[in-house]
Write a protein that binds this ligand. Structure first.
Ligand code: SAM
Length: 194
């Protein structure tokens, strides 16, 4: 991949923007802007844009962007990802690692499909009902790090992650729940170099 110093900051900005509190229309407008950044990412050396989701409706929305060369329907965390090992420069999962959605057991699969030196970018929520999931997620992240599979690049707490949808989740005076962005870099396997 070509050197692109702004790459990591771009990924951070994109993830933060995707979680801005706004209407569906505004969110889709955000994705239109993101489309031009995808092209910029291509100039940085990102050439493959593959997506997977369990919702056919969400895949239809993604398809209309005409950005992805490949979109697949599948259940994350319940089966092996339908991709070769050591394939991607960056693997991104936003808004799906949380209680009742994608199980923590997906993490080794995200690692498997990343190239050595590739980035795995993940997010989760810090609201009360997700705290047990978040603890399990972070335990799995630490376990993979202590086994030498990846290293932590960034953990960023985002106070106003998204609007709370229930009274119970409202903390202090804010209507928002908080969330976290994690970025890890895959460490090459010394025996294979990948
Ligand atoms: C909150 S949306 C986030 C969508 C998008 N990534 C974003 O940031 O706007 C969560 C997405 O995760 C998908 N999802 C949740 N659990 C899933 C699972 N186990 N397997 C596949 N997709 C799942 C849903 O279909 C939905 O598209």
């Amino acid at each position: 991949m070509a050197d692109c110093g702004r790459g990591l900051q771009q990924v951070r900005d994109i993830i933060a923007a995707a979680h801005k509190d706004c209407s569906v229309l505004e969110k889709l407008q955000f994705y239109d802007q993101w489309a031009t950044q995808y092209e910029e990412l291509q100039r940085c050396g990102f050439t493959l844009f593959h997506g997977l989701d369990g919702s056919a409706g969400m895949l239809e929305v993604a398809k209309k962007k005409t950005l992805y060369q490949e979109l697949k329907h599948g259940m994350l965390g319940h089966e092996q990802l339908p991709y070769d090992s050591d394939k991607y420069d960056a693997v991104i999962i936003v808004g799906a690692l949380s209680d009742g959605q994608v199980p923590v057991s997906l993490l080794p699969e995200l690692l498997r499909v990343s190239k050595a030196g590739g980035l795995v970018c993940m997010t989760t929520r810090s609201n009360t009902s997700n705290l047990k999931y978040k603890a399990d997620l972070e335990e799995e992240m630490s376990s993979l790090q202590s086994k030498g599979f990846w290293e932590q690049v960034l953990v960023e707490e985002v106070e106003q992650w998204e609007k709370a949808t229930s009274e119970k989740e409202i903390a202090k005076e804010s209507d928002y729940i908080s969330g976290v962005i994690y970025i890890y870099r895959k460490i090459p396997d010394p025996s294979t170099g990948s």
